[in-house]
Design a protein around this ligand. Structure first.
Ligand code: ATP
Ligand code: MG
Length: 261
């Protein structure tokens, strides 16, 4: 990996970018993944590159959904795999939730590579998460054209709660139509994914998984009725409104610092 001085003002952002580039070189990330990442960087920049209260609240509700689910699953694509492999594996093991390698672009060429990569990281952590590959036991999401329909029969197909970091809008809508609760991680509060999901966490993926791991112990101590109450009182439309306000306020603040208002 290219050396990035820790003192660089955009250190974390550059580190994540390098991870995605390295993922392309490994054959784990699709070229389209670079563009998706760039769009994410832009929105993260507009949000001031921090976890806002609305994102922390959505993260808590996401965990409440995952803790109370019968069959929760975490969908993993190439970008997700390289941005937060250790954190995802820790979360999957801590919560006893399977990971499903489920790719959008260039599936046949990459899926085994993504699986191998996750297995390699798991080994280095001495952890054994359950890692499914969608095409090994195929089932199909209704209403989508063939190349995007494929899911694992024991994974996303059967799941009642699906965490889909960086998902596409059509698939999110189709999963919701199937009656599933969908948790999206998406820095763009205007995307179709963000609008269609049950819970949208408008924050950077690796930071979200980190936040999940630190919030999890306190939620685990709560009675189930409090978890259901958190879910019941949550409004995703409110989250998206607050995210859009945060972008607006941050832009005004930055502009005024530069004397541009
Ligand atoms: P949609 O189909 O939902 O309207 P889209 O076409 O806007 O999606 P996609 O190409 O499906 O966008 O996926 C890229 C999305 O992922 C963008 O909204 C981007 O903000 C988000 N994204 C990229 N990297 C990250 C990241 N590290 N953390 C969170 N979100 C990210
Ligand atoms: Mg999207």
């Amino acid at each position: 990996m290219r050396d990035i001085p820790k003192s660089h003002p955009r250190y974390k952002s550059l580190l994540l970018r390098e991870r995605v580039v390295e993922g392309v070189e490994r054959g784990v990330v699709a070229l389209q993944g670079l563009i998706a990442h760039g769009r994410g960087e832009a929105f993260y920049y507009l949000l001031g590159e921090r976890s806002h209260p609305f994102a922390i609240r959505a993260t808590e509700v996401a965990l409440a959904l995952m803790l109370t689910a019968k069959h929760p699953v975490i969908s993993v694509n190439g970008n997700t795999a390289v941005l937060a492999p250790e954190l995802l594996i820790r979360l999957a093991v801590e919560m006893d939730i399977p990971l499903e390698v489920n790719l959008f672009y260039d599936r046949e060429r990459r899926e085994r590579k993504v699986w191998n990569y996750l297995m390699q990281v798991s080994k280095s952590l001495n952890l054994e998460p359950r890692i499914l590959i969608a095409s090994e036991s195929p089932a199909f999401i209704p209403e989508l054209e063939s190349w995007r329909r494929l899911v694992h029969s024991e994974g996303i197909y059967k799941a009642d709660v699906v965490l889909v970091p960086l998902e596409d809008g059509d698939r999110t809508e189709a999963l919701v139509k199937m009656g599933k609760k969908v948790i999206a991680i998406d820095l763009n509060p205007l995307s179709r994914t963000a609008r269609a999901a049950t819970v949208t966490i408008v924050d950077e993926l690796s930071q979200v998984i980190k936040n999940m791991l630190s919030i999890l112990p306190s939620l685990r101590n709560l009675p189930e009725s409090s978890l259901y109450e958190k879910i019941r009182s949550y409004s995703n439309a409110q989250t998206l409104r607050e995210a859009i306000s945060a972008i607006r306020e941050n832009l005004e603040l930055e502009a005024s610092k530069l004397g541009l208002t």
